[in-house]
Design a protein. Structure first.
Length: 366
């Protein structure tokens, strides 16, 4: 008999928003269809229509399109809806969706929360947003049966801060398809191995401005490619466009997915990881899987992913240090090649989606 698993916290299966959507897509595709059936709670406004399959049902939940209210309202209605479903376990993705998870206790089902990173640290949130996220963090510890985190540093935080021990570290997978230079590069006037790349949301805590500022100070015919969008952070996006306006080498592609994303990722000279919070990012792991040479902010999460297969920047003058590392790579193509090979090897050995899915199936069965 198949187990029914509810998943609350995705925008939608066909949406490119965060690592959670990538995770859920892989969970559904790779999970044992004879043993697990999934109920996905997507958000109206992102997921335009239901996308049901052999082993899952997509439930589109209405909410407000508002930076501060969208997630709490979605979390409430998704939880209420799930209460009336015959679920064996419910998986919440991100603590932001958990203020009402205590209602699941009335149905005596297993409650699992993937906490992602420490959301309250993100620069985009004002004081009341940070208070809300800290309360959600408390509810997660108080009412969940198992907490999952994607980095050891986040695991350590929950153990030390709350004394919560029923917590497991499961990183994301990183399996991508290498693609030759083609129409996507042509569309954005890019050449193979002649651009630095960033992939992610255009939000203050992701520090994309550091990447752009560092690049602008380098005399080169290479380009600076920023892939992603801002969603509710339009003021930060406008800032990025403003500081880039005078430099035609800087390219904003918007959100790309599928073959277009893989083509851009496959042909980058180097990948720049400027993100300052959020655990281990799937975009970093996929850059490793593409065989990109990587320069990452000197954070424990990034070192956990990369180890000695990349370069790190930071210090009191991060832009200057990042520019220095980028310039060194431009002068040493052999090092770029060497680090790319090491990163790809590490991704293939350490971050396998089938192993990730297997660990979640063990939790559902436990």
């Amino acid at each position: 008999m198949r187990k029914n698993i509810g998943i609350i916290g995705v925008r939608g299966l066909e949406v490119v928003y965060s690592g959670f959507e990538t995770f859920v897509r892989n969970l559904i595709d790779r999970s044992d269809r004879s043993k697990f059936y999934y109920f996905l709670f997507s958000r109206a406004g992102y997921q335009k229509k239901k996308s049901n399959g052999e082993n899952f049902k997509d439930i589109v939940v209405s909410t407000l399109s508002n930076k501060y209210l969208e997630t709490p309202i979605y979390g409430f209605f998704s939880t209420i809806y799930s209460i009336f479903l015959p679920l064996d376990a419910v998986l919440y993705l991100s603590v932001a969706n958990t203020p009402f998870l205590w209602l699941q206790r009335f149905r005596k089902r297993k409650i699992i929360v993937n906490v992602d990173g420490l959301d309250w640290k993100r620069a985009r949130w004002p004081l009341f947003g940070k208070i809300y996220l800290k309360l959600c963090e408390y509810f997660t510890v108080k009412f969940s049966d198992i907490i999952v985190c994607d980095s050891k540093s986040v695991l350590s935080y929950y153990k030390k801060r709350y004394g919560f021990n029923n917590i497991i570290n499961i990183a994301y997978g990183a399996e991508v398809k290498k693609r030759k230079a083609g129409t996507t590069l042509t569309k954005f006037n890019l050449e193979k191995n002649k651009y630095f790349l960033f992939v992610g949301r255009l939000t203050p805590e992701n520090k994309v401005d550091e990447f752009i500022s560092a690049f602008k100070g380098i005399k080169t015919n290479f380009k600076c490619v920023v892939m992603g969008d801002s969603f509710f952070e339009n003021s930060y996006k406008r800032k990025l466009i403003r500081i880039s306006k005078s430099d035609k080498r800087i390219v904003f592609t918007g959100i790309l997915k599928g073959k277009s994303y893989e083509e851009i990722g496959s042909n980058a000279f180097a990948y720049i990881e400027t993100k300052s919070v959020g655990g281990i990012h799937p975009s970093l792991l996929e850059a490793m899987a593409f065989g990109n040479c990587i320069i990452a902010r000197n954070l424990s999460e990034h070192r956990e992913a990369l180890a000695n297969t990349g370069l790190y920047y930071g210090g009191r003058r991060p832009v200057v240090d990042l520019r220095k590392k980028m310039f060194l790579l431009l002068k040493d193509s052999k090092e770029v090649h060497r680090l790319g090979i090491l990163a790809k090897k590490r991704a293939g050995e350490k971050f396998k989606w089938q192993e990730v899915v297997g660990k979640y199936e063990d939790i559902f069965n436990g």
